[in-house]
Design a protein around this ligand. Structure first.
Ligand SMILES: NC(=O)c1ccc[n+]([C@@H]2O[C@H](COP(=O)([O-])OP(=O)(O)OC[C@H]3O[C@@H](n4cnc5c(N)ncnc54)[C@H](O)[C@@H]3O)[C@@H](O)[C@H]2O)c1
Length: 328
């Protein structure tokens, strides 16, 4: 029996590969296209829960046509920050789909951050109205930051950005970091309303909300809304009265509903994002539609990015770990 080994990549080694957001968007779009054609095995995430509000989820996916497969084992512990630890952490595994052998083990935090923003960008590509130039962001943390970078990739005319965060330092950093880099005007606001009312796109990326933030009346005709917190930041009437409700996973949406999300009821599904990308169902059809996207996050989005990272890194100077030397 031959020796079996795999490569190990830390977060820093992944960052050093300098993979641009445009590549992440391309990969995730390809993944969603396969999903829309029902060529991906992506079972619901099983998880364990050692504390209230905390989870560790197993997220496997296999692309039948592309021959790509792997697993994300990701934890979310909201109180970690106090301990100087990241809230989201974990590992990705990439496997050989001919033999099942592990090919790579790598950090999953950066992959999670960029693939989530890429999903928003792909949603915007198909569901934003044509003359979109403005965006309201609530929550200037990891996702608020990644999402503006990804959205600018697909909407180069984006130039008017309102932001609100309960942490004024986070808003200040957001303006300093992105105004010049992305060539957009960023206006820190004093309220959610000031940041989002009447914007072409509204994106919420907050944490642990006692009550929703975005009112139906601020979600104007033609707007594309994104709720990254699985419904919690949007008032029930905004969710239920939108013209089209889109998500990357209806199964996961229903699962979240059964566990307390969407307290005012589930909206009617217009389409899964993969179906829109695959051309099975339309995205935006009129400049007046209010479209709300609540993308939950699918393993297939992580696995296609991890597989690409493996392929880029596999011949480089990275640590190889031995799984076994020989038969026992
Ligand atoms: N759908 C997915 O696939 C996916 C993937 C990753 C993260 N998420 C979700 O995205 C959300 C944001 O994650 P993150 O990693 O950016 O978190 P983060 O902690 O880095 O940032 C959250 C930001 O929201 C701000 N905030 C909190 N409450 C607020 C309020 N009431 N009003 C305004 N701002 C407020 C915080 O100050 C912080 O700056 C979380 O709910 C997370 O679960 C979703």
């Amino acid at each position: 029996m031959d020796k079996v080994d795999f490569i190990y990549l830390s977060q820093e080694e992944i960052l050093d590969l300098n993979i641009p957001m445009s590549k992440i968007i391309e990969l995730v779009e390809q993944g969603l296209y396969e999903h829309g054609h029902k060529r991906v095995e992506n079972p619901p995430k099983p998880g364990i829960h050692s504390k209230p509000d905390a989870f560790i989820h197993a997220m496997p996916a296999y692309y039948q046509k592309l021959g790509i497969g792997g697993l994300k084992w990701v934890s979310g512990y909201p109180t970690n920050r106090k301990l100087g630890l990241p809230q989201i952490a974990g590992l990705m595994l990439v496997n050989d789909m001919e033999t099942g052998m592990p090919l790579a083990v790598m950090d999953c935090r950066w992959i999670t951050a960029v693939r989530t923003a890429a999903v928003s960008a792909i949603t915007a590509k198909y569901c934003a109205k044509k003359d979109t130039t403005s965006l309201g962001v609530v929550g200037c943390g990891v996702q608020g930051r990644m999402n503006i970078v990804a959205l600018k990739e697909v909407i180069p005319d984006l130039h008017d950005v309102g932001v609100f965060d309960i942490n004024s330092e986070a808003m200040k950093r957001y303006k300093e970091d992105f105004e010049t880099e992305l060539d957009v005007s960023i206006k820190p606001a004093k309220s959610v309303k000031e940041a989002v009312d009447g914007k072409d796109m509204i994106l919420t990326a907050t944490q642990r909300l006692p009550e929703p933030l975005v009112k139906n009346e601020w979600f104007k005709p033609g707007c594309l809304g994104f709720g990254l917190e699985a419904s919690r930041a949007w008032y029930g009437d905004a969710i239920l009265e939108c013209d089209k409700f889109v998500t990357d996973s209806w199964d996961q949406t229903v699962y979240f509903y059964e566990h307390g999300a969407f307290p005012d009821g589930l909206p009617t599904l217009h389409a899964e994002l993969g179906e829109v990308v695959a051309g099975v169902k339309p995205g935006r059809e009129s400049d007046k539609e209010r479209i709300l996207a609540i993308n939950i996050g699918l393993a297939l989005e992580d696995v296609i990015v991890a597989d690409y990272i493996y392929k880029v890194a596999k011949d480089g100077d990275h640590q190889r770990l031995t799984l076994m030397e020989s038969d026992f």
